[in-house]
Write a protein that binds this ligand. Sequence first.
Ligand code: SF4
Ligand code: SF4
Length: 346
Amino acid sequence: MLCFTLRLKPRKTGIAQWGEAPCALLKLRITGGKEESEFMSDIQGTVFNIQRYSIDDGPGIRTTVFVKGCPLRCPWCSNPESQNPRPELLYRYTSCTHCGTCVGTCPENAVAMDEAGELAIDREKCTVCGACVLVCPSKALNITGEVKTVDEVIKTVLRDEFYYEDGGGVTCSGGEILAQPEFATEIFRRCRERGIHTNADTSGYGSSEAFKEILQYSDLCYFDVKLLDPERHDEIIGVPLGRILDNMAVLAESGVKTVLRYPVVPGLNDDDANIDAIAGTVKKLGKQDDWLVNMLPYHRYGENKYASVGMVYPIPDVRDNTPENLDRVAARLENAGIRVEVSKLG
Ligand code: SF4
Ligand code: SF4
């Protein structure tokens, strides 16, 4: 392999020390006689996980990039560590032996043993320096969230390029990708350059202009549909519905292959009025023949994670789905002419 790199004038500041272009280093590469170009990007994003060999986030074997930070507060969220846009300290109570080693090492006095011998973390004081993580002998402490450049993400993605050839690819999920749109767009642009299939997994809450940019490089979009009553949306999810509906229209207009992801949460969004509103919206957009509604049965697998980031599980009393309830919801959508698929787990 012959590889030429055109190195531009160094920047005085910034993470990337090269590149006069706003965010890119032009790289020319000749591989076996074939020339290709790529831009090395210094765009950064905060990521809480890059999951390789994923089979649940789109077709085939995929790498899923989970960005950290979400403006929504869905009470059924199974990844509470994805909500805060910044890195944060994670404390696994079940791994802690209460040895107290971490207490003396915190420069901010953010960790203490209370009178009951339990570890108390003052998250207001914590600067996420990681000193306590280094000394914990039980690995009960960890930092979740890491700032990464697009180049770093792409490097991980390309380790599994071989697997994508059979229909797999890359999914950007969250958190919310529209909260870090430049990062997601650049990851997808780079994937598109390599012919790697891309799936944008989004709640739809964000700027329509930014969404259009991401869709330009998306082969598939997983778009959430949760609650279509504006007042209940505000009350339960914590953000206005209007922007999401606007972006659903943007998606319909784009022609990008779409799967609507419907988390079915008993007592919160499985009522007939919400089901009919979902069907009505898909039909109004003229997409009942090609959009699939993927029902995701509510589960409480994420419940224990809430305490690890200092949060309280918001819906402890919500009951699990029954097969009968899922059949009822699916039948109502299908009777309205909507294509439906029910996932094993939501
Ligand atoms: S991460 Fe740093 S500031 Fe936060 S509790 Fe641990 S030692 Fe203290
Ligand atoms: S050092 Fe680790 S095991 Fe010991 S009290 Fe702190 S968190 Fe628990």
